[in-house]
Design a protein around this ligand. Sequence first.
Ligand code: 9MR
Length: 338
Amino acid sequence: MKTQHWFMILVSSFILLSCFSPTMRKIADTKQFLLGVAVRPSDLLDPKDTKLVQDNFNILVPENIMKLQYLRPTETFWNWSDPDKLVQFAEANNMKLRGHTFVWHNQNPPFINNLSDKNKAIQILQDTITQVLTRYNGKFYEYDVCNEVIDDNGVLRNSIWMKTIGPEYIDMAFKTARQADPSVKLILNDYNNDYAGTTKGDAFYKLVKDMVDRKIPIDGVGFQLHVMAEQPINEQALRANIKRFRDLGLSVSFTEVDVRIKLPVTPEKEAAQQKVYLDLLRIAREEQVSCFMLWGYTDAYSWIPGTFAGYGSAHPFDAKKNPKPVFSEMKKLVTSFK
Ligand code: 9MR
């Protein structure tokens, strides 16, 4: 046979194989592994982005649209249209949803940033949570009720909620959420809370344990895990931390995973990044982490370069939205899950 014929056979087998190789979504479903991503409205509008999200993930979290700055920009105006579309999209595609977030020090509208009266602040906090969880009753798998309540020194952050209401705002938020929707898992989410034996990690644990001891309705904790390729995962400290929360009867979610690289990108740095992504995935599976969320899939829309000058390439798809080698390795790893 002529060389061209062999070439044609090879090309067609490759095309056939890639048509029939299961998607990451399918593999994750088969393994009963919740693998998700933070999405923007454009992910649900642009057909190319939509397909990518459908083909790879079985749980979604809104990157920004459910933050109060967007969801409730004034006391009387609610922007339900984007969250409604997200909820419909998730339902149509049989995906789960994480909610993010009610009580935070960041991305609040002016009417919240300007609060000064304690009773008014309590009313806004309770009303916001109740309205959202009434509208979307039973629709969310988990919700970040409070986000980043501990500051980098391991003490309660002096947010607008702390200033106006005092430390009891956290209990109030969880109790209100439980009352509004008994089915959603209520999560306390934070960054740099992932290792046992660090100032912030231990302060976070102490806060959560105290809530559990006092029977505040908290179901789980979120580790954001915005990490650096140059810093290998401290597996022992991460596993010890997951274990102590699970011993309290709580779930642990990896909520905002990305692995930034100090530019320029080199093959060595990509190898280090791959190790971090794979370590986190493996640990998540072995420790029965509730869900594994990527904080965005593509470098095209990344929050990293704007926040960490000199860093980038943090996501498993490149700026043209093509999978990087790290994503193929992640797919292999999920395929190998027992
Ligand atoms: O990715 C989000 C970015 O688009 C926003 O500009 C930014 C504002 O602070 O928030 C980013 O998401 C954050 C998340 O809500 C909470 N944890 C840290 C994330 C990265 O900053």
